[in-house]
Write a protein that binds this ligand. Structure first.
Ligand code: URP
Ligand code: ZN
Ligand code: ZN
Ligand code: ZN
Length: 474
């Protein structure tokens, strides 16, 4: 059935206006004033913003890591995402050196199919560039539409790849039109610092932060940017936490390099002191790279404002405090890294960004949706409100206040790192391809209704719409 969203204030990365949106067969077919709503269901958005659905470019659902598996899978994780205003995620497909890439992708399809309630794509981890990878990769890009490749510069003896692998991946990405993503930390030096700390009896969660100093994130970011320059390729630095890394990205961008960066709500809101909380509570705040000294938060907000960083991902990677994080009791290096953030990413960015005057409404939409759509080959199908785009829409009440808590969140995990944070603004209803999945704050979606997204190549030019081509062709 057709739907018309009426009386809302439509906001995109470039415009704000009052108007109606007509939706048919899952896409936006008309935008205008006082649209004829005959034969259409009327959805009233009075007093609300109408945003494009959030795109979370960085999630880990149903992922084995640190001797356990994330608490949220594609069902609970995408339901939580939907409540929070996110309608598309791109999840990291882990690969292993001794199995074909296609096996890993199959495994990720098996985890997500029949479960996801929002649309999803995959990034592909590259651990080694061997003959098999050289053979398979073009297929993954062409046929699976996986147009972003992830290289870990840290997690020695687990995921870490060497610089040669990173460089070869950058060259392949240039050749085939993919975007290379890096987890930028110097894994070798970190491994040494961890060993040294443990041998000196330093086992508490705070040593997680102290053995991964910001200079090692800055160093790896600069190294990845240098290799990108040499390969004339493109780089996206995930979860940027600190000034040292922001400066390296800025330096690269000033040279005109295609280097992009993402930060996460946890780095904008939380700081290193949380890791020192007594009674092992610090384990709740163990991410890699770690939370930093508080002053870095201003650097990150300013980088979003100035455009040095383009996106905010959640890096959703949830582990229960009881039964998972406690694997690291007595040895901080065994605390599973990551936290639950998929649900609150959108609202925190609105509340702390727009409501507190750190971002404009347009910058908010850009970092929460539009930039990711553009960088990851989904624009303009996703990431905006425009004729022809998927009707992925968030009806958002900017006045409503709530307090973030594990007692009310929808993630399947026993704590929330933002517990007690009071925020302003909340999604009221959320549509994916024209269908409600959250309506008046109630979940009404169906597991399995989310679709797999084959993404376009990096910077692939848009085809002109057919009508315009004939008009301009004379
Ligand atoms: O601590 C984190 N970030 N866990 C998830 C894996 C990664 O490095 O992105
Ligand atoms: Zn990472
Ligand atoms: Zn991650
Ligand atoms: Zn209101």
């Amino acid at each position: 059935m057709k739907k018309v969203i009426k009386n809302g204030t439509i906001v995109t990365a470039s415009d704000t206006y009052f108007g109606d949106i007509l939706i048919e067969d899952g896409v936006i077919v008309m935008i205008g004033v006082d649209l004829d709503a005959q034969n259409a269901e009327i959805v009233d958005a009075s007093g609300c913003y109408v945003f494009p659905g959030g795109i979370d470019p960085h999630t880990h659902l149903d992922m084995p890591f640190g001797g356990t598996v994330t608490a949220d899978d594609f069902e609970s994780g995408t339901i939580a995402a939907a409540f929070g205003g996110t309608t598309t995620i791109i999840d990291f497909c882990l690969t292993s050196k001794d199995a074909p890439l296609s096996k890993a992708v199959e495994a990720w399809h098996a985890k997500s199919k029949g479960k996801a309630v929002i649309d999803y794509g995959f990034h592909l981890m590259i651990g080694e560039v061997n003959d098999d990878v050289l053979f398979e990769l073009p297929q993954m890009i062409e046929e699976e539409g996986i147009t972003s490749l992830k290289v870990f510069m840290a997690y020695k003896n687990v995921f870490q790849a060497d610089d040669g692998t990173l460089f070869k991946t950058l060259q392949l990405a240039k050749e085939h039109g993919a975007l290379v993503m890096v987890h930028a930390e110097n894994g070798d030096v970190i491994a040494y610092l961890i060993e040294k700390a443990l041998s000196e009896g330093q086992t508490e969660p705070i040593y997680h932060a102290l053995t991964r100093p910001p200079v090692l994130e800055g160093e790896a970011t600069g190294r990845a940017a240098a290799l990108t320059e040499l390969a004339d390729s493109q780089l996206y630095v995930v979860h940027v936490t600190c000034a040292e890394a922001v400066w390296k990205i800025e330096e690269a961008r000033k040279k005109g390099l295609r280097v992009y960066g993402e930060t996460c709500p946890q780095y904008l809101m939380l700081d290193q002191s949380s890791l020192a909380k007594p009674g092992f509570e610090g384990a709740k705040y163990v991410w890699s790279p770690p939370l930093r000294e508080k002053w870095n938060q201003d650097v990150l907000w300013n980088a979003l404002w100035s455009g040095s960083l383009q996106t905010v991902g959640s890096d959703q990677c949830s582990f229960n405090f009881n039964g998972q994080k406690d694997l690291g009791l007595g040895d901080f290096s065994k605390i599973p890294n990551g936290g639950p953030t998929i649900e609150d990413r959108f609202s925190i960015l609105y509340s702390e960004g727009v409501h507190k005057g750190r971002l404009s409404l347009h910058q908010f939409v850009d970092v929460i949706a539009t930039s990711s759509a553009k960088l990851f080959g989904l624009f303009p199908q996703k990431g905006t409100i425009a004729i022809g785009s998927d009707a992925d829409i968030v009806i958002f009440d900017p006045h409503c206040k709530r307090t973030i808590s594990a007692e009310t969140h929808h993630m399947k995990v026993d704590y929330n790192a933002f517990e007690g944070l009071e925020i302003t603004g909340e999604p009221v209803s959320v549509l994916v391809r024209g269908e409600f999945i959250v309506r008046d704050k109630q979940f009404v979606g169906q597991p399995g209704s989310g679709q797999y997204l084959q993404r376009k190549r990096f910077n692939q030019p848009e085809k002109l719409p057919v009508k315009e081509q004939t008009m301009g062709g004379a």
